[in-house]
Design a protein around this ligand. Structure first.
Ligand code: S3P
Length: 488
């Protein structure tokens, strides 16, 4: 995959010198992490909650482009910040989550700037070159920023304090604390292994072989990123494949990373530590997880005929589109091509009659973020949809099974919550009654807000979402784009 990435500018001596100089200026004292009493934890988005009722206005038509992939955007900033020299990123997602990653990498020494043409330039500090931040790192709502950056800090001899909003502060960090502690990092988390937490990276990190106990690209990536500044070979064994952007991009930046399959069929990912990463020119493809809301809306709203350009179709991400096709959805990939080492196509979506199915739990990791909007599609299908194997949804930005169960029930859908999934009796194509003026609780979860906005477009009375602010964490242009298509 490395050769698919265009090589960036050559390393130069002045960049190395600048890095060495800054390393000598690490502040000695670290400010005390502001451990909260609990009540002050609010949304990372500012100002009062912004409720909105989403009502059907018309079909979705025309051509749109969704913003850059969130996972790839985070990794572009992080790896660019560890390369020696300047990385240029085109199509970076400028959502709050990615901006939290950029602010944290700046606080640890990288120079990250948006250019007038919209590209981002990242001047790296080199592997091993992160500096101690002068204050707490505010992760906002972003689990990906938190877990991946904990990995980076774990193998640098610095101390950092991580804080987050009310949603992020409920999410489990023990899943990364366990392997990163084995590598030598020391953690002082809030009770229950949560944020805020202080991490002191290992002075001499130890390479480990770690078998993932949960299918999580964030945990896999945290260990691999810690392995970057660890002497020797760090190995992650992944029994269930998850999104592979970290592996692709680490190779693209010049790391020595191999992927093999063991006798049980598990992926074995090995990274040789302490490489010198080479800066890159990165073009970020459109985010399939953002495209998902427009795909489902166009399938459900009668008369829709929409083209969504430049959608990333990496097979570890794009299972929703296969599931929707199995349900009878018309989704045609046009102009398939490669962008930034990833498969991409324009998706032509037409309003379709859907039928319920039993979703194979094996596809869950490849559409783990898309279940809220799949539940909406199923709520309007003919017959029953059964989903299972969704335990991980309970520890996302909200408990997405419970939150969607309550939300869809309020919107008039027939849904039953199970310990690891949802059973949905579809309306047979009839619009949902809708929640009208009654606000649906989104619990600071952007994907719940967008999924229920789509439900509103396919309802008689509309659906009121209690707070649209969290949408800006991953898809700041969502409401504007909906209006562009004519749907809202
Ligand atoms: C992500 C991995 C997934 C996903 C998240 C982004 C990533 O989380 O839900 O939105 O970029 O690695 P898990 O690894 O916890 O499943």
């Amino acid at each position: 995959m490395a050769d698919r990435w265009q090589a960036g500018q050559a390393h130069d001596e002045s960049a190395r010198l600048a890095i060495a100089t800054r390393r000598c200026q690490k502040p000695r004292d670290f400010p005390v992490c502001p451990f909260p009493k609990g009540a002050h934890l609010v949304s990372a988005s500012h100002g009062p909650a912004q409720p909105r009722r989403f009502v059907a206005k018309g079909p979705l038509t025309g051509r749109i482009r969704v913003p850059g992939d969130k996972s790839i955007s985070h990794r572009s900033i992080m790896l660019g910040a560890l390369a020696v020299g300047e990385t240029r990123v085109t199509g970076l997602l400028e959502g709050e989550d990615v901006l939290a990653t950029a602010a944290a990498m700046r606080a640890m020494g990288a120079t990250i700037e948006r250019q007038v043409d919209g590209d981002w330039l990242v001047a790296g500090v080199g592997v091993g070159g992160l500096m101690q931040p002068a204050g707490a790192l505010d992760m906002g709502n972003s689990g990906t920023s938190t877990r991946l950056l904990l990995g980076l800090v774990a193998s640098h001899s610095i101390t950092a304090c991580f804080t987050g909003d009310a949603s992020l502060s409920k999410r489990p960090m023990g899943r990364v604390i366990a392997p990163l502690s084995a590598m030598g990092a020391a953690f002082t988390p809030y009770p229950g292994g949560r944020l805020p937490l202080i991490v002191t990276g290992a002075h001499v990190p130890v390479p480990i072989t770690y078998r993932l106990p949960v299918p999580s690209a964030q945990v896999k990536s945290a260990v691999l990123l810690a392995g970057l500044n660890t002497p020797g070979v760090t190995t992650v064994i992944e029994p269930v494949p998850t999104r592979d952007h970290s592996e692709r991009m680490l190779r693209g930046f010049g790391a020595d990373l191999t992927v093999t399959t063991d006798a049980d069929g598990a992926r074995v990912i090995s990274l040789v530590g302490q490489p010198e990463l080479r800066p890159q020119m990165i073009t970020v493809p459109g985010d399939p997880s953002s495209a998902a809301f427009f795909v489902v809306a166009a399938l459900l709203v009668p008369g829709s005929d929409l083209i969504i350009e430049n959608v990333g179709l990496n097979t570890t991400r794009a299972a929703l589109f296969d599931v929707l096709r199995l349900m009878g959805g018309h989704i045609e990939p046009l102009n398939p091509r490669e962008v930034g080492g990833e498969q991409v196509a324009d998706l032509h979506v037409r309003a379709s009659t859907l039928h319920g199915i039993t979703v194979d739990p094996a596809v869950v990791p490849a559409m783990v973020d898309e279940f809220p909007v799949l539940f909406v599609a199923a709520a309007l299908a003919n017959g029953r949809t059964v989903t299972s194997g969704l335990e991980e949804l309970r520890v996302k930005e909200s408990d997405r099974i419970a939150t969607m169960h309550t939300a869809l029930t309020l919107a008039g859908a027939k849904v039953e919550e199970t310990p690891d999934g949802m059973i949905i009796e579809g309306s047979g194509g009839r619009a949902l009654p809708g929640s009208g003026e009654t606000a649906i609780a989104t619990h600071l979860d952007h994907r719940i807000a967008m999924a229920m906005a789509v439900a509103g477009l396919a309802s008689d009375r509309g659906v009121t979402v209690d707070d649209t602010r969290p949408i800006a964490t991953s898809f700041p242009m969502f409401e504007h784009l909906l209006e562009t298509t004519g749907a809202a």
